[in-house]
Design a protein around this ligand. Structure first.
Ligand code: BGC
Length: 556
């Protein structure tokens, strides 16, 4: 694997709307990110990914862009964005923006022109098809529920939207449109961005055999993933995008790509891949409160272990995947992986550590470092996201009661990760002087940044220690490039692995059981690099780990 500047990335994802408000309008802004750059430097991260801050009507919280070249006034100005890039750079931090080019907003000037004149060139920027008799062109379901097609006025034409109807899909088959997008991407990179996280990119290519699929739900629609995710021919677009934009800028790019065919992974993240790395969610889709795992938390850990190691194996010889647990599209990992009664500093630091020392690029999501939690709502009306409502209605349609549907949404909805950042124990957790756009979790008096910053035994302090360890000069390469060798796979509730690189051996052991566990020692333990308990109990040929103890140690 060729060495690249971004291999030592410890990334931090910011959801700008909820990070820090500085002008009292209740919405986070660019100035708020600038205000906290010193805190982020202190944490040790060196890359920030900002969720979209372009001009947008906010139907999907910024993932519906109406002008790619302008920052939305709710977040600030283009000049402030330049200032952020410069200020971050002074602290050794690169800024990534979100690149959303599978679709635009329906308020984008291109779409408005396409609707005003279906014979104009702009109509060919989008995917517009004749209806099938009185029906849409086919029965595809949008990813957010409902038909993926929206009728255009009183014509018999429809436009495709894989997400909400406010997000019409762009027609990547149109070479002129592709060039316009590349120019836009290059303008941002020329401004000094470190790169992009690239949204929904596996959907760019659609299989134009628009046939109806057998319905797979009571709505009569079908989730036709095979026709619009990783569809044949996607590689041509991804390659061109890379060659014309990312590659000449030596940018760090993170594709949001699930389910890449194993034989194609190298094309995605190899030395000359379309992207530097990818976010793949297969290891995040667990919830201890789900029917499937509720009474079998240990089996869930075993399944997680299997997926994590399979992923390490899968990426080996190709490149680096992203190690992450939290994101703006998931509920908080603490809630998903740890049974309620066991949530504590020990289990939280263990969960973080499992992920942290694997081979891959580490990414944190705002609030994860202080153990922010989901904010359970008492009524569906307290939510704000279209995706939540679509899911809720889908559950009702499947026959759940309102109570059951609310419980399910409360367990899994992505909005939980979007509550305002909890900076301190003062008004609105220090997020805003105004009225927050989304309610602050009342637990902020207990869980907040300021309190944890002062406490060297806090979760925040543990995150700092983990980052410092990954960056330790004599070990950094081992953590980045070392092989991952699973250990103690036959032990219940243990996730352990060795990292091995040029004669160096590091063992990471995580006891995911609430109870103490004794493990046979197969190697001699050297320097203990990190331990979430004060002591490590090493005996004659064995080691005893307390409940949720996690230890990173050198092996001799
Ligand atoms: C983003 C979501 C967004 C969707 C549509 C995703 O993958 O992460 O937040 O709703 O793309 O743009």
């Amino acid at each position: 694997m060729l060495k690249k500047w971004w291999h030592n990335t410890i990334g931090y994802q910011i959801y700008p709307k909820s990070f820090q408000d500085t002008n009292g309008d209740g919405i986070g802004d660019i100035r708020g990110v600038i205000r906290h750059l010193d805190d982020l430097q202190d944490l040790g991260i060196n890359v920030i990914w900002l969720c979209p801050i372009y001009k947008s009507p906010m139907v999907d919280h910024g993932y519906d862009i109406s002008d790619y070249d302008r920052i939305d006034p709710m977040f600030g100005t283009n000049e402030e964005m330049e200032e952020l890039i410069l200020e971050a750079d002074k602290r050794g931090i690169k800024i990534l923006m979100d690149l959303v080019v599978n679709h635009t907003s329906d308020q984008h000037e291109w779409f408005q022109k396409a609707m005003a004149d279906p014979d104009s060139e702009y109509a060919d920027y989008y995917i517009i098809k004749e209806g099938d008799g009185n029906n849409p062109p086919n029965n595809w379901r949008s990813i957010f529920g409902g038909s993926a097609w929206e009728k255009i006025g009183d014509t018999n034409k429809y436009y495709l939207h894989l997400f909400t109807k406010g997000q019409p899909d762009l027609n990547w088959e149109n070479p002129k449109l592709r060039e316009i997008i590349y120019d836009m991407v290059n303008r941002w990179l020329d401004m000094g961005l470190g790169g992009f996280r690239i949204d929904a990119i596996s959907h760019l290519k659609k299989n134009f055999a628009y046939v109806n699929q057998p319905a797979d739900g009571p709505d009569g629609l079908a989730s036709a993933w095979d026709y619009f995710r990783n569809a044949k021919g996607l590689n041509v677009f991804l390659n061109e995008l890379n060659e014309k934009t990312f590659k000449p800028h030596n940018a760090l790019t993170i594709g949001e790509v699930d389910d890449v065919r194993p034989e194609e992974l190298g094309e995605f993240i190899g030395d000359d891949g379309y992207f530097s790395t990818i976010f793949d969610f297969c290891h995040t889709q667990f919830h201890v409160k789900d029917k499937e795992w509720k009474d079998r938390p240990l089996e869930m850990i075993h399944e997680l272990r299997e997926r994590l190691f399979a992923k390490q194996d899968y990426a080996k010889g190709h490149g680096l995947m992203c190690n992450f647990t939290d994101n703006h599209d998931t509920s908080r990992s603490v809630e998903r992986f740890i049974p309620e009664e066991y949530i504590s500093f020990y289990s939280e630091s263990l969960l973080a550590s499992v992920n942290f020392f694997l081979r891959g690029i580490v990414f944190l999501y705002q609030g994860q470092e202080i153990g922010m939690r989901d904010y359970q709502k008492k009524s569906i009306n307290e939510f704000l996201d279209l995706a939540t409502f679509n899911n809720y209605n889908g559950y009702l349609l499947k026959g759940m009661t309102e109570e059951e549907a609310l419980e399910k949404v409360n367990n899994e909805c992505r909005e939980h990760s979007r509550t305002p950042m909890q900076w301190n124990d003062r008004k609105n957790a220090g997020f805003t002087e105004g009225i927050p756009w989304f309610e602050v979790n009342p637990n902020y008096r207990r869980i907040n940044y300021e309190a944890q910053k002062k406490d060297e035994n806090s979760l925040l302090s543990y995150y700092k220690k983990m980052i410092a360890l990954r960056k330790r000069e004599d070990l950094e390469e081992a953590f980045i490039y070392g092989d991952t060798i699973p250990r103690y796979e036959d032990q219940d509730g243990i996730i352990a692995y060795e990292r091995r690189y040029e004669g160096k051996r590091i063992l990471a052991i995580h006891n995911c059981n609430a109870r103490e566990i004794r493990l046979p020692l197969e190697d001699e333990i050297g320097e203990i690099l990190l331990n979430n308990y004060e002591k490590l109990n090493v005996g004659e040929g064995n080691v005893v780990l307390s409940g949720f103890q996690s230890v990173i140690t050198k092996l001799i």
